[in-house]
Write a protein that binds this ligand. Structure first.
Ligand code: CP
Length: 305
């Protein structure tokens, strides 16, 4: 079995590898839904979860998947670590390496830092979101959710809406969706759309109503105020007036489905009624995220350590 040793992003993951993940995801999903206990196939393997940014869905689902599979789980918290006493990042990683974890799950605000973890440790690294670079497990769970809903993804029209320039979710989705033959577009105000995006093979809308009418799916992104996204806009109220996905707006396309990676800014990029409407796949995404992580660990463990 030649599954990659690390998951740094979807840019370099093959469609075959993704198909393998999804085949196993389906098996895990059935067991999760029926609350059937999983076999502890990864008993004896160890994992450290290193989250340098806050998280609800990603952190919880990784830890839950790890425990369901029988792994020895350690959670590293930056605020409770000796980084707060001035220990350097490199020394911190060298000490973690000395404990010989089989896997490290890493979320960090710095784009591209995953390669430093990969190069300084012998653990298998899973990127749980690095800065504005990639969030590959979110990309996988989004793709899986669409495959579950639509079957084949070929020629599906998916528009990623909102704060594209600060979004690791956007990039992982774009890399993944294009491998499956999806027609990918983005929509948002000009300051939110990076200049390189069309070079990736993605088209651009600035009018949200046209995006709703012309697509099968909207993947609605959070306006990332913690990355100063609001500084690019006159105001969040103005953004909401032009781009908020409301139940009324969704009526422009009776067949539309919506995704949101969470956490949602209700009444900024999406209103509550839209988020819980029949068009919403948002909570399916969360269940699928748990199943995807079970599949990922299982496949990554099959390659010889
Ligand atoms: N989608 C996502 O990454 O959510 P969390 O930040 O809560 O993990």
């Amino acid at each position: 079995m030649n599954f990659p040793e690390h998951l740094t992003g979807l840019r370099n993951l093959s469609k075959t590898d993704i198909d393998d993940i999804f085949e196993l995801t389906g098996i895990f999903k059935k067991k999760i839904i029926s609350k059937e206990p999983l076999e502890k196939v990864l008993g004896g393997k160890s994992v450290i979860n290193m989250f340098f940014e806050n998280s609800t869905r990603t952190r919880t689902s990784f830890e839950f998947a790890e425990k369901k599979l029988g792994m020895d789980v350690v959670n590293f918290n930056e605020s409770g670590s000796s980084l707060s006493k001035g220990e350097s990042f490199t020394d911190t990683l060298k000490n973690i390496e000395a404990m010989k974890f089989d896997f490290a799950v890493v979320r960090h605000p710095d784009s591209g830092i995953i390669t430093v973890f990969r190069d300084l440790t012998s653990s298998r690294i899973i990127n749980a979101g690095d800065g504005i670079n990639e969030h590959p497990t979110q990309g996988l769970l989004d793709l899986y959710t669409l495959q579950e809903e639509f079957g084949s993804l070929k020629n599906l029209n998916v528009c990623i809406v909102g704060n594209i320039c600060h979004s690791r979710v956007a990039l992982s989705n774009i890399f993944g969706l294009l491998k499956f033959g999806v027609n990918v577009s983005v929509c948002g105000p000009v300051p939110f759309i990076p200049g390189y995006i069309e070079g990736l093979g993605v088209s651009v809308y600035t009018d949200i109503d046209n995006a709703v009418k012309n697509n099968d799916v909207l993947n609605i992104l959070r306006v990332q105020t913690e990355r100063d996204a609001s500084a690019l806009l006159p105001s969040l109220t103005e953004y909401s007036r032009h781009y908020c996905i409301t139940k009324e707006r969704l009526r422009l396309n009776p067949k539309i489905k919506i995704l949101h990676p969470g956490p949602m800014n209700i009444n900024v990029e999406i209103d509550y009624e839209a988020s819980v409407s029949a068009d919403s796949l948002i909570f399916n995404q969360v269940t699928n995220g748990l199943a995807v992580k079970c599949a990922l660990f299982t496949l990554m463990s099959k390659t010889d350590f």
